[in-house]
Design a protein around this ligand. Structure first.
Ligand code: SAM
Ligand code: SF4
Length: 472
């Protein structure tokens, strides 16, 4: 067990399992009430835990369709049709924890272990840049080697790697919870979001999957992780639950409770929520009782969209291409693409075979970034690599995206079009380049403000003439 842990200033365990169960049991599905709750979120107000519970119980085909329809409309209204793209980069899979669902757990001797050295990290980043990526999330096991200083050095190294027009403009982190000093080190390295998944909010299940003698066995240290991050000035936080460990409805209410807690305590909710579903993994054998069906997964995403209208939703390549395509419309704002989970996998010849002993779990969508972008464009989404808000300091409670009316039209959509144009110029296949520019022209004609339209057109010409990194 860790010694001398310093928790956040008002740290409490704000997850009351009995109260969550009680809220779920007490939720009554009256169609009038369900519609009133939907109307509240269409008004862009966050829902309470009780209201979310009512939506979770509303499972008739008719009400489910109404929830799906509302989620689709809300996504369009709040986010427009942009989808932000990123790639995960695994830096090291040594781990002192023993999470039963993970192929990196320490007791699994047959996993191939590796930490990328500087040369290998640079090779991975160059390969990612060669594909067109601008945004990464670094993933680490928990290990004494992966100190905040080591992670911060890795972040700095990655920002310094430039190849051709390629560069990484935003590095997010998914790693173990840190102490206040550790988060400060990460903040100083210029990270974007610090992401920690609680895995399961249900205490008994948490204990079952995370042995008590391990660091991760400390539920409260993890639950409190992003509160400490906030107190150490990391105001851009991502929460998540690993769906499949316990009842998915309970986990949704856990996520909403966590989000409301951060909002109440620090005036800033999480920037993103992730909802990975448990995947098959090397050496992992999990009781399938709580696995989430595709139908329930769609409901889960649509209900999250309605419950937290202003929080980004991340759907990863754990899901298949077909599911991603269908669920995207319910309110997803970010996806990864061209994903490889093997350590060192991006610089190897791209193939669709996965080597499970080298990765944390198997993924469902193995398509290239170009193929994903091609499909998004075909479906009318604008693939975006925009990093403007974070680079201009518009984070935390200052997320202008939502605070200023018309911000999306004036900033987000133009920036999405500019970063898409960079991708089309530098990395796209011929067919994606063609369909991409058709989309850009169609979107340009929809920009309501003539002045903005002119500015965007001028910048698009500059990009075609070789300038890069132009943003509003
Ligand atoms: N080691 C750090 C931690 O556990 O917080 C970093 C993150 S871990 C490498 C990334 C996430 O992968 C975990 O938080 C967990 O939710 C998810 N994960 C682990 N095993 C998985 C599996 N079999 N299927 C899907 N996701 C899994
Ligand atoms: Fe380690 Fe994270 Fe895997 Fe747990 S989920 S075994 S902490 S890498």
């Amino acid at each position: 067990m860790q010694k001398d842990l310093v928790f956040s200033r008002n740290c409490i365990d704000f997850i009351d399992d009995a109260a969550i169960h009680q809220t779920l049991n007490a939720a009554k599905v009256d169609p009038g009430r369900v519609r009133a709750i939907i109307a509240k979120s269409m008004n862009k107000e966050a829902l309470s835990v009780e209201e979310t519970a009512v939506l979770l119980k509303a499972d008739s085909p008719e009400l489910t369709e109404e929830i799906f329809d509302a989620a689709r409309r809300l996504k369009r209204e709040v986010y427009g049709n942009r989808i932000v793209l990123f790639a995960p980069l695994y830096i090291g899979n040594y781990c002192i924890n023993d999470c039963k669902y993970c192929a990196f757990r320490r007791s699994l001797r047959s996993t191939v272990r590796k930490t990328l050295n500087e040369t290998e990290t640079v090779a991975q980043v160059e390969a990612l840049e060669d594909h067109g990526h601008k945004r990464l999330i670094l993933v680490f096991g928990e290990h004494p080697d992966y100190t905040p200083e080591f992670m911060a050095e890795t972040v700095r190294l990655i920002y310094s790697v430039k190849k051709g027009h390629g560069e990484i403009r935003r590095v997010n982190i998914n790693a173990a919870p840190l102490d206040h000093a550790g988060y400060k080190v990460m903040k100083n390295a210029g990270i974007g979001t610090y992401q920690i998944f609680q895995e399961t909010y249900h205490h008994e299940s948490y204990t079952k999957f995370h042995p008590a003698h391990t660091h991760k066995g400390n539920y409260l240290w993890r639950l409190d992780g992003l509160s400490r991050a906030f107190e150490a000035d990391c105001d851009d936080m991502g929460i998540g639950a690993l769906f499949g460990l316990y009842d998915w409805r309970f986990e949704v209410l856990g996520l909403i409770t966590h989000s409301l807690h951060l909002q109440q305590e620090y005036n800033v909710g999480p920037h993103t929520i992730s909802f990975p579903r448990l995947r098959p993994a090397h050496g992992v054998n999990i009781d399938p009782r709580y696995l989430v069906s595709d139908h329930d997964f769609k409901r889960l995403v649509a209900i999250l969209r309605l419950a937290v209208p202003y929080t980004g939703l991340i759907m990863t390549a754990r899901e298949t291409a077909a599911i991603r395509r269908e669920v995207m419309q319910f309110g997803v704002s970010q996806i990864d693409a061209g994903t490889r989970l093997e350590l060192g996998g991006y610089s190897e010849k791209q193939n669709e075979n996965q080597e499970l002993k080298r990765e944390q779990f198997s993924i469902g969508d193995v398509r290239s970034l170009d193929a994903v972008i091609g499909e998004l464009v075909k479906d009318g989404f604008i693939p975006s690599f925009c990093t403007s808000c974070y680079r201009l300091g518009r984070t935390g409670e200052h997320f202008m995206e939502y605070a200023i009316p018309g911000f999306i039209n004036r900033f987000c959509t133009p920036n999405a079009l500019l970063t898409l144009s960079e991708y089309l110029e530098d990395y796209a296949s011929e067919s994606v380049k063609q369909s991409g520019y058709q989309l850009i022209n169609a979107e340009l004609s929809k920009i309501p403000d003539e002045k903005v339209k002119k500015l965007v057109s001028e910048r698009l010409v500059k990009i075609q003439n070789g300038e890069r990194d132009l943003y509003f």
